[in-house]
Design a protein around this ligand. Sequence first.
Ligand SMILES: [Zn+2]
Length: 120
Amino acid sequence: MANTFINIMNTTCPQCNKGKVFDEKSPFLNIGFPKMNKNCSNCNYKFEKEPGYFFGAMYMNYGLTVAESIATYVIAQQFFTARFDLRIIPIIAVVIIGLASFNIRLSRMLWLYMFKNYTM
Ligand SMILES: [Zn+2]
């Protein structure tokens, strides 16, 4: 389980844990839409199994975004006297936009690891 977490953070192939999923040097620090490799360079594992395979990753992305928004609210709320200060909303917006690129990559990695072949 700890290894899986490390592999997801390193964006390595779910099959062999060696090849890279993204065609980028530091996947989580990039801005913009991710460039993905079609196949694993090491074991030739196909990342996008069918057209629209990563459509489901959008739901992972949504879940991550909601979780981050709630976490941001809980942290930001400590600095305001009112229970719900409207000034928290722009703070949440900035955090979400800042993490958007990270979320796309993380959700795709989670999606790949959720549906990898665990019997091998
Ligand atoms: Zn591989």
